[in-house]
Design a protein around this ligand. Structure first.
Ligand SMILES: Cc1cc2nc3c(=O)[nH]c(=O)nc-3n(C[C@H](O)[C@H](O)[C@H](O)COP(=O)(O)OP(=O)(O)OC[C@H]3O[C@@H](n4cnc5c(N)ncnc54)[C@H](O)[C@@H]3O)c2cc1C
Length: 394
């Protein structure tokens, strides 16, 4: 049976990134990916902050489709709150190309990638974990990294906790749109996307192509809402005889795991629900965590220490970095989930005040939404009424 220094399950952006980081220090690394192609099917709206590229050694021009400076937030009764517009807040990326570029770089660093190999079992035998795939490949390693997405098998196999919540997403790439190319359109409301929101992201600088989609709470099928959304009278102004190019789907795990390690095992990215609860974005937070994961993995390999006690360091490091932001994100989400359409209308109206808009535009950060809280509370003390529900757990 072949032995690897590290086996990574899942060739998404997070698995690909961690693999490259470990292999560049001359370690023997293999990734098993169940799909036939990297980055396919696409399960993402492809909106990321510029920070994402600080982690990656890929050419960003190859994957960036459009630059976004602000957002129009539409209340249930279609009042519009316009924020930003003054600087680049995000990029729309081609997710398939993005994933492929990351994997290409990791292969250049020596990572072996085996596609169409669904990891079926991972068993601790003595000092090793033995892995078997659907193609009957068998390998052994002292370190397995589960980067295998929302329904992680590695997480389940090693009895780690589950994410608190799963959102169901649906979307499409469309053409013939009539959008401001620098602004994302966001729609909230019980009838639009219960428990979350819908989006239209312009994917070219003419505003004629877009990715449109929405997520709903776990028990509600998003399909029905998506069909209605495309017919919604408030949305029609953005679409003139639009054409659907392809559909997008997927699941977003929320509520990070309280434990992301076990003896010989680390869990990272969506598998660990390292996802922003306010937006569902997991690429930036996954990469932040992946960086800590790779550092601790390298230290474990160097010291030949794969004990749970040692690997706990990874959990502590990523939590110290973004744990509080994700924790607060779940609290904000709780408030958001409990708002009625009337309350959303009320708050969006309240925020249509030039001074508040200025604060949101200045402090708003898609990766760190909590940065907005203090300046916003100073300006709008009535929002303090929401604080008890942030602090108290239901
Ligand atoms: C509708 C939707 C919209 C989104 N929009 C955004 C956005 O705009 N911005 C953003 O930052 N994030 C967004 N996300 C989240 C983002 O897609 C994820 O956070 C990101 O893909 C996480 O990367 P990952 O590598 O951890 O997991 P994944 O990308 O899910 O990769 C996991 C990989 O593991 C493979 N795998 C799973 N099980 C096995 C197995 N047993 N054996 C072998 N391989 C396996 C899978 O096939 C997959 O390729 C969105 C998600 C959805 C569903």
């Amino acid at each position: 049976m072949l032995e690897y220094d590290t086996v990574i399950v899942g060739a998404g952006p997070i698995g690909g990134y961690v693999a490259g980081k470990i292999a560049e220090k001359n370690n023997k690394v293999i990734i098993f990916e169940k799909n036939r192609q990297i980055g396919t099917p696409v399960n993402c709206a492809g909106l990321v902050s510029p920070r994402v590229f600080d982690f990656l050694d890929i050419q960003k021009e190859k994957v960036i489709q459009n630059t976004l400076k602000g957002a129009n937030i539409h209340s249930p009764s279609d009042d519009i709150l316009t924020i930003g517009g003054n600087r680049v807040h995000a990029y729309a990326i081609d997710r398939k190309k993005f994933d492929n570029e990351i994997i290409k770089k990791s292969k250049e660093k020596g990572v072996q990638v085996f596609l169409e190999n669904n990891v079926l079992s991972a068993q601790k035998i003595g000092e090793y974990i033995e892995i078997t795939t659907s193609k009957k490949l068998e390998v052994k390693t002292k370190l397995v990294i589960g980067a295998d997405g929302p329904y992680s098998k590695i997480r389940d196999r090693f009895i780690l906790p589950e994410p608190k919540e799963f959102l169901r997403g649906i979307g499409a790439e469309i053409t013939n749109t009539n959008l401001n190319p620098e602004f994302v359109e966001i729609f909230v409301g019980e009838k639009i996307a219960p428990g979350f929101f819908a989006w239209i992201i312009p994917t070219n600088n003419k505003g004629t192509n877009a990715r449109v989609g929405l997520c709903t709470n776990q028990n509600i099928s998003p399909k029905f809402y998506f069909q209605n959304f495309l017919k919604n009278k408030n949305i029609k102004r953005f679409f003139k005889n639009f054409k659907i190019i392809k559909y997008i789907g997927g699941v977003i795990p929320l509520g990070f795991l309280k434990k992301t390690y076990a003896s010989n095992v680390l869990i990272v990215g969506d598998a660990a629900a390292q996802v922003k609860p306010t937006s569902g974005g997991g690429i930036y937070t996954g990469l932040v965590s992946a960086d800590h994961c790779a550092k601790v993995a390298l230290e474990a390999l160097e010291k030949k220490n794969f004990s749970s006690q040692f690997l706990k360091k990874y959990h502590k490091l990523w939590y110290a970095d973004i744990g509080m932001e994700l924790f607060l994100g779940m609290r904000f989400r709780k408030i958001f989930k409990n708002l009625t359409d009337n309350q959303m209308d009320k708050y969006i109206k309240k925020f249509q005040n030039p001074k508040i808009i200025e604060i949101i535009s200045q402090y708003g950060d898609i990766d760190y939404p909590s940065k907005l809280v203090t300046p916003l509370l100073k300006k709008t003390p009535t929002l303090l009424r929401l604080i008890p529900s942030i602090i108290k757990e239901k």
